[in-house]
Design a protein around this ligand. Structure first.
Ligand code: ZN
Length: 69
């Protein structure tokens, strides 16, 4: 079994553990149809379009939810 020879410092340990929180959303791209910020290679959260085509009409679904009749 490999075994550590020296104890790592608190700074080294904490810097290693901080690498897991590095997956924050730093890369955002503009939507081609509405211009909102969206994740690349994902449909737009505001208009639901991907590569110029409307895959999921999000706004229409929200209107149906907001008007219970
Ligand atoms: Zn959009």
């Amino acid at each position: 079994m490999p075994h550590p020879k020296r104890k790592h410092t608190r700074a080294r340990r904490d810097s290693r553990r901080s690498q897991n929180s590095k997956l924050e959303l730093k890369s955002l791209s503009l939507c081609g149809s509405c211009g909102a910020m969206r994740l690349p290679h994902r449909i737009c959260p505001s208009c639901g379009s991907y590569k110029g085509k409307v895959e999921t009409p999000i706004k229409e679904a929200k209107k149906e939810d907001s008007n219970p009749q």
